[in-house]
Design a protein around this ligand. Structure first.
Ligand code: NAI
Length: 310
């Protein structure tokens, strides 16, 4: 069985940084790449490094309240970079895990670049929440499809044991065996093999449930804290509640995830009427209220009461 000795994660956001941290915790070298920052400045007007996004991802792993890294030694195994200047580093990686935005067009563009750069045996996976493999790789050569799978980690990566492993029609069974063994034995995950269907298992059920709660809260005119007091515990989300979970996941990502399910699910599916797109989410995104990563979402994390409805 092929051994995974070096990994790359593309996308240093909530999930990509978490995956890189978990790989580093397991003693494996990992490149963490995101888009380059050109001519960016921080809040004080100082120039930002070209790898500022990847650096922010690493910074989140150091969060003392929810540490994604187990040691400084683990951190030393993470190499930061960007997809313009450091893409060639992928040629030496055995597993490239894509964890970029939930947009089919952007993911497809990246796969074309990966196909040109990665070595023939390299395994390539997506962390997509909703998009079936057959759509992700429909334009790719069969050789690429053979080494492609979905490894769907849950948030936060270090603490959530579940990992959905999805194989496509053309995925080589040996690729699934390598991923299954690595994710179980090295990353400590509980791997569940899922069919290649929209949202797989977790998000088909979970997104449906929390979107239904959002629809109900809006219909009933409930504030997030009121709705969470009602729905949180019965829905099995006692700690954050439904709206705190939206903030944790990211309102922007949830909007993309819901839109992606709406695009993929057949017309008559009950998801459309009961759990479909809510205009409030677009308004929040336009206002920069994307959840914990911006410090404001349904809840404002900087306010003692934590109860503001936005
Ligand atoms: P995020 O928005 O936190 O991070 C995405 C990162 O990708 C950003 O840093 C962005 O700059 C980067 N990016 C965008 N286009 C890129 C490109 N062409 N090349 C390189 N980097 C690029 O998103 P998040 O939440 O980490 O989600 C990533 C993936 O994981 C999505 O497919 C999402 O559906 C999935 N996912 C998210 C979960 C969550 O709770 N946030 C849970 C499970 C899966």
């Amino acid at each position: 069985m092929m051994e995974i000795k070096k990994v790359a994660v593309i996308g240093a956001g909530t999930m990509g940084a978490g995956i890189a941290g978990q790989v580093a915790n397991a003693g494996v070298e990992v490149w963490l790449l995101d888009l380059p920052t050109d001519n960016g400045t921080d809040a004080e007007g100082n120039p930002l490094s070209v790898n500022a996004v990847a650096e922010r991802g690493l910074e989140r792993l150091r969060d003392p309240d929810s540490p994604g890294l187990m040691s400084e030694e683990a951190e030393s195994r993470i190499h930061l970079g960007n997809t313009r200047d450091d893409f060639h580093q992928l040629a030496g990686c055995d597993w490239v895990a894509e964890a970029i935005v939930e947009r089919l067009d952007i993911k497809k563009d990246l796969y074309k670049r990966l196909d040109e750069t990665c070595h023939d045996q390299a395994i390539i996976t997506s962390n997509t929440s909703t998009i079936p493999i057959k759509l992700l790789v429909e334009d790719m050569p069969e050789a690429f499809q053979k080494r492609f799978a979905i490894t769907h980690f849950f948030n936060p990566v270090r603490f959530m044991r579940l990992l959905e492993l999805v194989r496509g029609e053309h995925t080589d069974p040996a690729v699934i065996d390598v991923l299954d063994a690595f994710c179980e034995e090295r990353l400590g995950k509980g791997v569940v093999n899922c069919a290649d269907t929209p949202g797989f298992l977790g998000n088909r059920v979970g997104v449906y449930a929390i979107q239904c709660a959002l629809h109900a809260a809006l219909d009933l005119g409930l504030k997030p804290a009121e709705a969470d007091a009602l729905f949180g515990r019965p829905m099995g989300i006692p700690k954050t509640g439904v709206f705190g979970l939206y903030d944790l996941i990211g309102i922007d990502l949830m909007s993309d995830v819901v839109q992606s399910l709406v695009n993929i699910l057949p017309d008559g599916d009950s998801f459309h009427a009961e759990a479909g797109v809510v205009p409030l989410m677009s308004e929040m995104i336009a206002n920069g209220q994307t959840g914990n990563k911006q410090g404001k979402g349904f809840y404002r994390t900087d306010e003692a009461t934590n109860t503001r409805y936005v």
